[in-house]
Ligand binder design. Structure first.
Ligand code: PAF
Length: 289
């Protein structure tokens, strides 16, 4: 694995790879890697000639400065895991390499309604920061394929919108969420949970499954109420949302017609750690790729 720290070195290495016809796969991360990230690397390896992984904890996407300063960093282990997984190039930039002109955004990305609901509502500015960094990384790496995890369902939709807006020549591949056997979705933030918290946090997946199992056409409010109660009873101190939404545009669905594709999404805090998860409720319920 080649470790690269500057944008200039990355661009020249990848230019020579592209010139020899290599199809580049890209997995952007913020580090603190877990098997979910490595699954993305595995998909990239299968479908590309060279796999690039970036590790960069992007300050512009953290609406809560404490969340930024407490974001787990496990660099040595990450490098080891990526080498084992067969990553070809690790891009490990300093902030000046990503934002040579500073972090302020000249013109906001036109994300429309996606910015005002669910994650966008509870984390103002978050998706602008995600677009800022992903746009910069895509310009540097110029991959054919971009691999992202379905756990960040709305982020996948936002990145798809970024690709459309900027007409970037890359295809987004969305990879299903990897879970512990308990059902807890793998997340870098799980590193900040105690064993007891992790056990309690399985209530999120249980409540998502309950929604999927109990889903019937008609009023969906009682399912939301039950899920909220189950998550609260497990010890979550704050629930930002439990939503049953259109799998295509994330608009809230209060009455289900029995046909339209749905996804259930949750964001909640346990011991100060914010967890998100989602579960497609119907066959076609995954973010449009
Ligand atoms: O999902 C993440 O880890 C981050 O939001 C991403 C896509 C690497 C951008 O910083």
């Amino acid at each position: 694995m080649i470790l690269i720290k500057t944008a200039a070195d990355l661009s020249s290495l990848l230019a020579s790879q592209r010139a020899s016809g290599a199809r580049i796969g890209f997995v952007p991360t913020m580090g603190a890697l877990h098997p979910g990230h490595l699954k993305l690397v595995g998909h990239s390896k299968k479908n590309s000639d060279a796999t690039v992984v970036s590790i960069f904890v992007n300050p512009t996407q953290f609406n809560d400065p404490n969340d930024y300063t407490r974001y787990p960093i496990t660099l040595e282990k990450d490098i080891y895991l990526l080498e084992q997984a067969g990553c070809d190039i690790l891009f490990l930039p300093a902030i000046e390499e990503i934002y040579p002109e500073g972090t302020s955004l000249e013109e906001p990305y036109a994300l429309g309604y996606l910015e005002n609901l669910l994650e966008g509502k509870y984390r103002p500015g978050h998706f602008q920061g995600v677009c800022q960094v992903v746009h910069r990384l895509l310009e540097l790496v110029q991959p054919s394929l971009l691999f992202m995890g379905q756990k960040d369902y709305q982020q996948c939709m936002v990145v798809q919108q970024l690709i459309r807006l900027k007409q970037l020549p890359v295809a987004l591949r969305i990879i299903p969420t990897l879970r512990e056997t308990s059902g807890l979705a793998l997340s870098s933030r799980n590193l900040r949970l105690s064993g007891k918290d992790k056990e309690a946090a399985t209530a999120i997946y249980r409540s998502l499954q309950m929604i999927r199992n109990e889903l019937r056409p008609g009023n969906l409010e009682p399912l939301i109420t039950r899920a909220v109660a189950e998550i609260r009873a497990a010890g979550f101190e704050q629930i930002d949302y439990v939503s049953i939404a259109s799998a295509q545009d994330l608009s809230e669905v209060a009455e289900w017609d029995g046909h339209s594709p749905l996804v259930a999404l949750v964001a909640a805090f346990i011991s100060g750690v914010r967890l998100i998860d989602n579960l497609p409720l119907t066959e076609t319920g995954s973010p449009v790729g």
